[in-house]
Write a protein that binds this ligand. Sequence first.
Ligand code: ZN
Length: 127
Amino acid sequence: MNHSTGKDQEAGNSMSLKEKAARANTALWQQSLRNISRARTRLLVCFWTLPVYVVAVWMLLNNGRNVDAFMWIYIGVYALFAIDMVRRRCPRCKQQFFVKTILLNLVTHNCVHCQQALKPTDTSSDN
Ligand SMILES: [Zn+2]
């Protein structure tokens, strides 16, 4: 009878599968943190362009141009990036990474719920 060895093999396979799943999870975790970080950077870059936008609108107005379309596009881009950032969820606690109640925290590098850091720390503490 080969029952025992078969079971041993099964156990071995499930172990390696678990390891693979754990590794995949870590990769997914890092990926989602990177995506969250990018969403944050996009909106911050948008904010940095605000002075450029103000100058551009002022110049267009001085030239007697209609700035409505320009304004709406700018606001639309803001809204898109903001919504993208708001809907990002923390891989650890599955809650909105930047949003606590109704406030969008733009400056944080950590999850507003569980303090999960966006960048992996050098000291790998698991608790
Ligand atoms: Zn969290």
